[in-house]
Write a protein that binds this ligand. Sequence first.
Ligand code: VGL
Ligand code: ZN
Length: 246
Amino acid sequence: MSDITRRDSLRLLAGGAALMGLGGATISQNLMAETLDADGNEKSALIVVDVQNDFVPGGSLAVGGGHEVVPIINALSKHFKNVVITQDWHNPGHASFASSYPGKKPFETTELFYGTQVLWPDHCVQGTKGAELVDGLDIPHAQLIIRKGFHPDIDSYSGFFEADQKTPTGLQNYLKERGITTLYVVGLATDFCVAWTAMDGVKSGFTVSVIEDATRAIDLNGSLANAWNAMETKGVARIQSSKVLA
Ligand code: VGL
Ligand code: ZN
């Protein structure tokens, strides 16, 4: 184990102790992390979330500095044998689009059967240029591209479960069948699809880190701070790319 990984493991263990009151799962997951290496480990996977044209400058739901994650993710990907890419993939007229509701504007909310839904500009419509992965993303060894958000009435920020928290994408079982236990999550946007994917990863039994400098946020009404609070409470580790790239 490299020094870097050992430091992370110790930090993860400390995090587990702090969360002792929240139940045993986090602690045993963190103990497991001690025995794993990020680098090329068969049991680790890099999850690259929604690095798509609509989420970078020039796109319909551009995330500030979104394009800046691309070279960092390309470099990180060389350290992982297993890479999975997610792709937001909405039908035209999707329930998460403001344009689907007369009188509603982007970034307002509405109530859907599973709770409050932020209404977005039309984005990542199936088959459009905006839905394509960003050109500079260079991960030829990525093993799976998982699409989400294609149920007309349900949004899906998470790569694991749609926003009803029940409809699975299949990613959990794919990773489990591959023997993967540890996830490193990067991409766009930190406070929506990255955060939900990371938290559902923990819920699905994986040890999860978000590599902060390989993400960028939308930050809507404090959503970035809220997302980090929620992630850290649920046992997601917050690390920087230097820990993997070193
Ligand atoms: C996302 C809002 C709507 C994301 C996707 O990738 O974070 N955000 N759809
Ligand atoms: Zn979306």
